[in-house]
Design a binder for this molecule. Structure first.
Ligand code: PHE
Length: 539
């Protein structure tokens, strides 16, 4: 019984490696590239408040839920949900498919950043960074459905995919673990250096002022709250299946809640740090051009690729600052991208009973082909904006809403999951966790989902053509939901062991796990310290 469960499951070698990998997943383009423009267009400094509320009421509670599901049920999202309760499997598939959709454009932004690390050396954008970004570099034309391929963007994108697929195929510990052990410390050191540098730029303080001065009026705008919750989910990688999958690769006896707090607060610390750095730099830009900070830069996904180049050109030794800045984007992006490919790869490997490597190669190749044919094109920038907006603000919130309601109120598994988290934990969770998950999160998500669907239906999105929104917005969302349901009807290849042995809900399974894991009291043997070898650990 236990053997069947552990056959495919590679484990992180220690809790430290897991925490590094989880922080690597969380800290990504979301923190450096997405956060500034989301914050910027959602009330600037005022954004900090809804952002922190979102972290505490939804981010951390959902992170614990992800960890509990992945760790208790030891599977990719569809398998974990199926083991939670047979018919909840589609939630897992929606998560996996959202990961695939995100991977397609996420990789593309990493490719831009890699190109810009190179461009920085010669300040290749000249005097007009905006024209360079959209025109010379991305060659954006009219907002149509499909545009021609832009080879200079497509080539770095191919490289990003090759690296990503290779690392995930190598495996959890030797690929993902090793990558994060190496890149994450480097990323943090580099980034702190860059933020300190920005703080010494003339005008930096005005930028910080804009970042930290709350604009209370913005707090009354539902869009600001929607953006804050969307940002927290994206930034913490919660409810996408990424954290759930990483937790499934943890050894049995691991302190999940403490790890979760470390990951959650590290990610937000990094994000606020990024906000400080970015706004300090925007303050400098505003001072140079003699305008208020709020007008210093255009919004939208281009912010990092327009405002930054402009200010890099104006600062002393900007070439070095610039290439290091874009390099941190690449590093942060890669450590996240591997966590976005891992859940689909794992899910396919488990569903069809094929090796992890074969699954990674096939899913990765399909995603890469889609990614390369849609985003490095003359319409790619708009398409990217649309897919990002619909996945995060429509599908993610709706899927998560229904999922938490089902877990808390329909299958009523939160007490059991809380028990699992508390089994090895330095503090107990229970009451507040259930209240956040069962009441606060659904209320906010319900309101958020309704608001964003109504607004999008009524007003469209950024004046983009309806056909584009229908295809890459509603079409992608609808397609994912349909495919998720269909996938549930595809039989599991290893149905036997699923049905026969691994109902972890079964008290006998719990007893078996306890037998394998040893007494629960010794709660700290999870990290590096030698402990009694068990079948579970002997992979
Ligand atoms: N959290 C990552 C970031 O901030 C993105 C991500 C989203 C990773 C979803 C995994 C899953 O960039």
């Amino acid at each position: 019984m236990t053997v069947a469960r552990t056959v495919h499951r590679e484990a992180f070698s220690s809790r430290t490696v897991f925490i590094l990998a989880a922080i690597g997943s969380a800290v990504g383009l979301g923190n450096i590239w997405r956060y500034p423009y989301v914050a910027y267009s959602s009330g600037g400094g005022a954004f900090l408040i809804p952002y922190l509320v979102a972290l505490l009421t939804a981010g951390i509670p959902l992170l614990f839920l992800d960890y509990a599901l992945g760790h208790k049920f030891r599977g990719s999202p569809p398998l974990a949900f199926r083991r939670l309760s047979r018919w909840t499997e589609p939630f897992g598939w929606v998560q996996v498919l959202m990961c695939l959709a995100i991977a397609t454009f996420y990789a593309c932004v990493i490719a831009w950043a890699a190109s810009y690390a190179w461009f920085s050396l010669t300040l290749a954008w000249g005097d007009d960074a905006e024209a360079f970004f959209a025109g010379t570099f991305l060659q954006q034309g009219e907002a149509t459905m499909f545009g021609g391929l832009v080879p200079t963007v497509a080539i770095p994108l191919v490289l990003v995919w090759v690296v990503n697929i290779a690392i995930v195929a190598i495996g959890v510990e030797r690929g993902i673990g090793r990558l994060n052990r190496f890149l994450l410390p480097l990323l943090i050191a580099l980034f702190i250096g860059l933020v300190i540098r920005s703080l010494f730029l003339p005008g930096a303080m005005a930028g910080l002022d804009a970042f930290f001065t709350p604009n209370w009026a913005a707090l009354g705008d539902p869009q600001v709250w929607i953006a804050a919750y969307g940002q927290i989910f994206f930034s913490l990688s919660v409810a996408f299946g990424a954290m759930l999958t990483y937790a499934s690769h943890l050894k049995r006896r691991t302190n999940l809640t403490a790890s979760g707090l470390v990951v959650g607060f590290s990610n937000s610390a990094f994000e606020v740090l990024a906000g400080i750095g970015v706004f300090a730099a925007l303050g400098f830009l505003a001072a140079q051009s003699g305008v208020p900070v709020s007008e210093a830069a255009a919004g939208g996904p281009g912010l990092a690729f327009v405002a930054f180049p402009t200010l890099i050109s104006q600062m002393p030794f900007g070439q070095i600052f610039g290439s290091l800045f874009f390099l941190t984007l690449v590093f942060a992006g890669i450590t996240s991208l591997v966590s976005i490919l891992q859940p689909p790869a794992m899910a396919i490997s488990e569903k069809f009973g094929i090796s992890h490597r074969a699954a990674t190669l096939s899913v990765g190749t399909v995603a890469a082909i889609v990614s390369i044919s849609i985003f490095p094109t003359t319409t790619g920038l708009n398409t990217l904006d649309v897919v990002d907006n619909w996945i995060n603000n429509v599908l993610l919130v709706s899927n998560t809403l229904v999922m938490v309601v089902v877990v808390v109120w329909v299958v009523r598994k939160t007490p059991m999951l809380a028990r699992h988290l508390n089994g090895v934990g330095s503090f107990k969770i229970g009451g507040w966790w259930t209240v956040c998950l069962g009441i606060v999160t659904p209320l906010i998500l319900g309101w958020t989902a309704t608001q964003s669907v109504i607004t999008l239906l009524r007003d469209g999105y950024e004046d983009l053509p309806g056909a584009l929104l229908a295809t890459f917005g509603w079409g992608v969302v609808g397609g994912i939901v349909v495919l998720a349901v269909l996938m549930t009807f595809v039989p599991w290849r290893n149905e036997d062991h699923l049905a026969a042995g691994v109902d972890l809900d079964d008290p006998r399974e719990e007893a078996e796990a306890a037998r394998v894991d040893g007494p629960r009291r010794d709660s700290r043997s999870d990290d590096g310290r030698p402990h009694t070898p068990s079948k579970e650990d002997s992979e």
